[in-house]
Design a protein around this ligand. Sequence first.
Ligand code: GDP
Length: 534
Amino acid sequence: MSSEVISREVKRRRTFAIISHPDAGKSTMTEALALHARMISEAGAVHGKGGRRSTVSDWMEMEKARGISVSSTALQFSYSSPDTDTDVPNVINLVDTPGHSDFSEDTYRVLTAVDAAVMLIDAAKGLEPQTLKLFQVCRHRGIPVITVINKWDRPGRTPLELIDEISERIGLIPTPLYVPVGIAGDYRGLLDRRTGDYIHFERTAGGAKIAPEEFLTADQAAEREGDVWSAACEESELLAELGQDHDQEMFLAGQTSPMIFTSAMLNFGVRQLLDALVEFAPPPRGRESIDGVERSVTDPFSAVVFKVQAGMDSSHRDRLAYMRIVSGEFERGMVVTHAQTGKPFATKYAQAVFGRDRSTVDTAFPGDVVGLVNAMALAPGDTLYIDPKVQYPPIPSFAPEHFSTLRVTTADKYKQFRKAVDQMDAEGVVQVLRNDVRGDASPVLAAVGPMQFEVVTARMKAEFNVDTIIEPLGYSLARRTDEQSAPELNRQRGVEVFTRSDGAILALFSDKWRLQYIEKEHSDLLLEPLVAAA
Ligand code: GDP
């Protein structure tokens, strides 16, 4: 495959994730995007009428029962902006982030696979906790963010209140590309700040279809909308005076964020979001290997596994690894090398995965996400490549906040239990901590979100036929320490020291007051926050 072909494919690709708090409208927006890309002909089919959710791959019973998604999938669609005259459509990859507040490290890992993020905010609620957490990960990783204020068809805050909240609380300067015409709850259309024109949206029955757009000049808009139009013009001028206009360099540097007002439910502003992604979000780029060598997108094939998912099919052991392609062209059937083991990996069963419908992929390019079936040896952060060899840095692990012991209750299953624990540790489902006092029979599991524990017990049963019980431990935070400090820490009340499977020595604390007290009384002890290593 010539590098020109790869360059061309890379240039038209955009890979992003939506970061949001539950209920902000991520599923509805995903569906609206699919509608605009003409992947589906009517909204409501994927999302389900009764608020039932099936957009994402609900792979475990537990997940179905709660109606939330534990795992992540990727959705690919092609999109041609009506504004461009080229007949080569863009290829958009939307990588799903689990949206429940009870989330896990998977949510974070997904963000290592994207080049941009859409921060979706409920117009009435503003910034919410999970959005903030995910935004911090984006900032940390240097992922540029497009801000979407959703549910503009319902009463909410004013644009300026929302802009102020975002710039004051997270130091990200919103640069609205459009100003909504009509207050929240009376969404009529958008003032295009670059052309000064008016885009008026028309409602469709139940918001099932793409909302027809009518383009009016400023004069026509003033005549049609009167005061509402003047208010939008004033806001736009005020923003220009404040210097809040889009600047591509500042956007890519994570300082500013193009802002769009939408109603995912009515399909208002959704095309504008897609156009912004195409126009501003960066195309896939190469990556630096652990040796500091840059692999460019046109170099031979390489990819990073960012998510491993098991138990999708209870009839047989099925393990699906999602990889994001970094360089080269991927062809199904290709035999690639697994950098961590040096072993070959056959990609006969590569799949593009969306919800329950798996379709085979034959070729894929940088930025694309491909699911590999039966990927028993692959773990998040692993590299796959075609010669020359490359290995990318591991995915950073995040500071756990939940700690539990895991015990086997089936007496003769201890061997399987150990094997299962090791496996889930290797896959990165949870972090596994041990110390001499507790021994191996009841390791301590550490997680970012408590749902990770339920995944462990459910998989123990389904895949290894081992019954286990999870018992929460009274610790709520961890610090990295060393062998010198360990004995003194172990003597303290409300503290226990463990070794993690990667060799790190961690001290767990009952609460932050305990930690603060010990830090004050024993300033000689090493107590480092566990921050992401990236
Ligand atoms: P998620 O949890 O972020 O995936 O949120 P959903 O897409 O499931 O949406 C949560 C609720 O908000 C649902 O009842 C949606 O119908 C509703 N919703 C989503 N987008 C909009 C919108 O633009 N306007 C209005 N009025 N409701 C919306």
